[in-house]
Ligand binder design. Structure first.
Ligand code: MP5
Length: 221
């Protein structure tokens, strides 16, 4: 079995919880509260901003054959930020002065720490799982959302043919990287695979639940 298929089977229970998350089903069914979706938008805007340096740190570690694809991901993410700003304007959501939620802060630190301190194959694992999680999650939403929904452009963004192609590229390359490393590194890749899946589930939970900091309420968060 390939590394990705093997790991996806291993984390299947987490993945299933992620895909069954109420944030996704309520967005699909059009019952999500405006401020709940807005909360996700504000937090994910910060996440995508942080994903740009994450990718940039991977570039000098990358094999020659990955440089162009990773390099191209940076303007793609800048365009994604434009989509957030455009939708925020259309929906009356402010993206200014947003502080990261506890979960978002932790996830972003995890992303950057992986890029800076882990091997390329390990950090690439985190990239693949984050992208695959979004592809699969937004496919759930796509299966029922009204195409006239103000949130539909986000669905299109992460379920497009281009995004599917990117995820397939990452999957094939990750399988190749996993074949080339030793058992100890492959083990570490598996740990990061599972942690990233857990962060992805936690991100929907945070978005649906408001996402304060432990012990703090309202303004202090
Ligand atoms: C992605 C995202 C997808 N935007 N947010 C989270 C929490 N996980 C994954 O990444 P990208 O960089 O927007 O394609």
């Amino acid at each position: 079995m390939s590394f990705c298929a093997d790991q996806l089977a291993r984390v299947a229970a987490i993945w299933e919880r992620m895909l069954n998350h109420r944030f996704l089903s309520e967005t699909r069914d059009g019952t999500i509260a405006h401020q709940v979706f807005a909360n996700w938008m504000r937090q994910d805007y910060l996440f995508v901003e942080a994903a740009i340096p994450f990718i940039a740190v991977l570039v000098p570690k990358a094999p020659r054959a990955h440089r162009v694809a990773l390099g191209k991901a940076i303007p793609t993410l800048e365009k994604e930020l434009e989509l957030f700003r455009e939708r925020a304007e259309a929906a009356g959501v402010t993206l200014e002065n947003v502080k990261p939620s506890f979960t978002n802060h932790a996830y972003v630190q995890f992303l950057l720490a992986s890029a800076y301190s882990r091997s390329y194959a390990e950090a690439f694992t985190v990239l693949y799982v984050a992208e695959k999680a979004y592809y699969d999650s937004w496919l759930v939403v796509r299966a029922g959302i009204d195409k006239g929904s103000i949130w539909f452009p986000f669905v299109e963004n992460w379920t497009s043919d281009a995004f599917r192609g990117w995820v397939e590229f990452l999957q094939a390359e990750l399988d190749g990287l996993a074949d080339a490393v030793g058992a100890a590194e492959r083990e570490r890749m598996g740990e990061l695979f599972e942690l990233t899946a857990k962060y992805e589930l936690a991100f929907w939970e945070m978005a649906a639940g408001g996402g304060g900091w432990p012990g703090l309420t309202g303004e202090m968060s």
